[in-house]
Design a protein around this ligand. Structure first.
Ligand code: ATP
Ligand code: MG
Length: 425
């Protein structure tokens, strides 16, 4: 027998048993994005590798070791997108979208990172991201957090908390960076290889380390809050005031730095304790310098990305949602009735009742086996097209769930009214 080819490590399939969770989640979140007036953009899964090097930064986990990068037949280096912000910036610049217009945009789709697979950490994973261009103030940062809070409510998530920090302006970070480097230089014995390699290129990242020896010295490290300019303080205060006024709870975490290089001012993460180690379900912040770094004119920008895989995990683990059945109604046809009459009846019903989920039995089978399938489909009613009914332009209707319901024979023309009443659609 031929050997079966299996899927790649760190990737997964979604079967119909679970796909409804993905669909409902995506519909809920994108519905809210529309309600807030954000617009969808789509961009390629493959980009020139140089885009990610220049937009994400050379000294980041993502660029250093997580990208799926390969050469085309012509020798050009290309990469699978590991995140969406770089491509969004490229898209808005290439299409002249932010020349004079602010933009509130979102995207949804697969991202690829060559990481060590574990729960909540896959090599292909899905993100819903939001990127906003042209608004410098903290009001839009607050709107993003209000919108995400509404998303968790709509999904039924309770146990999520918000952590905030500010990284200040570039000038604040420059001053802070120097004292931070000096501090770590005094504690070289606590640093691991990775931290040492980042000491001069990206010292803020060390604050974010998961290594216990490093974590132990962090409480003594200098804090960004002591190096903020008045402008940076006011920006952060503006965000906190708006969240207080609108009833969004948060904690300030001074060690919160984002993994990617391009952030400034407000940064945040939504975290749940219900997922174990990989508890960050949504992360983002302001990146006012990125558009300029990518060759555009200076444009303030802010955004976030949420990990859809982790949200699906959470909904499954907590059993938050009840599965919908596959069908409302199942059409059973007697072998003696030619197939075209079953198809014709089903099409008439679908035209008249577009929201009714109608599954038509295919092939020739005994009533018994058709009823089994009807049962499995979860349909509330079976329509039975027997030979006598067919000749009289009638059908019988049987309830699959209610034993009290008497099987009824009715004219085919009355079916729509009957179902309209039963399903109140
Ligand atoms: P982490 O610290 O968990 O590695 P990150 O800083 O690399 O996160 P971001 O680049 O900010 O993550 O991506 C935003 C969100 O996308 C994360 O908060 C997470 O929910 C999700 N995410 C990131 N990487 C993965 C992955 N490999 N598998 C599943 N979800 C992921
Ligand atoms: Mg990561």
């Amino acid at each position: 027998m031929a050997k079966k080819v299996t899927r790649l490590r760190g990737m997964y399939d979604v079967t119909p048993e679970e796909v409804w969770i993905w669909q409902r989640l995506e519909q809920t979140i994108t519905g809210l994005l529309q309600q807030y007036g954000y617009q969808e953009i789509r961009f390629p899964v493959l980009e020139k590798t140089a885009l990610f090097h220049s937009a994400i930064g050379e000294v980041t986990d993502v660029v250093e070791k997580e990208m799926f990068t390969f050469e085309t037949r012509k020798g050009e280096s290309i990469s699978m997108r590991p995140e969406g912000t770089a491509s969004t910036v490229r898209t808005v610049l290439q299409n002249g979208m932010i020349f004079n217009d602010p933009q509130k945009l979102w995207y949804l789709g697969p991202m690829f990172r060559y990481e060590k697979p574990q729960k909540g950490r896959n090599r292909q994973f899905s993100q819903i991201g939001v990127e906003v261009f042209g608004y410098p103030g903290p009001d839009v940062d607050a709107e993003l957090l209000l919108m995400t809070q509404r998303m968790w409510q709509a999904l039924g998530l309770k146990n999520v908390r918000l952590e905030l920090n500010t990284l200040g302006t570039q000038a604040c970070r420059e001053a802070y960076r120097n004292v931070l480097i000096a501090f770590f230089e005094q504690h070289m014995d606590a640093l691991d290889e990775e931290a040492k390699s980042r000491l001069y290129s990206n010292p803020l990242r060390i604050l974010d380390s998961k290594n216990p020896a490093i974590k132990a010295i962090i409480p003594d490290a200098p804090q960004i809050k002591d190096y903020l300019s008045d402008e940076a303080k006011a920006h952060f205060q503006g965000l906190c005031d708006a969240l207080d006024a609108c009833g969004v709870a948060y904690e300030i975490n001074r060690n919160l730095v984002r993994g990617l290089d391009y952030y400034s001012h407000n940064v945040f993460e939504w975290i749940t304790e219900d997922l174990g180690a990989q508890g960050t379900i949504c992360a983002g912040g302001r990146y006012d310098k990125l558009v300029e770094m990518q060759g555009g004119k200076p444009t303030p920008a802010t955004g976030f990305a949420m990990g859809v895989d982790r949200l699906v995990e959470l909904i499954k683990d907590l059993n938050l949602w009840q599965a919908e059945t596959a069908a409302d109604v199942y059409l059973i046809r007697d072998k003696a009735v030619p197939a075209q009459y079953g198809l014709q009846l089903a099409e008439k019903l679908r035209t008249a009742m577009p929201t009714l989920r109608l599954v038509s039995n295919m092939g020739e089978a005994s009533f018994k086996s058709q009823f089994k399938k009807a049962d499995k489909s979860g349909a509330r009613f079976a329509i039975i097209l027997g030979e006598a009914e067919h000749l009289a332009a009638e059908v019988s209707v049987k309830s699959m769930v209610d034993r009290e319901f008497q099987q009824q024979t009715m004219s085919q023309g009355d079916l729509c009214d009957f179902f309209a009443e039963q399903f109140e659609r």
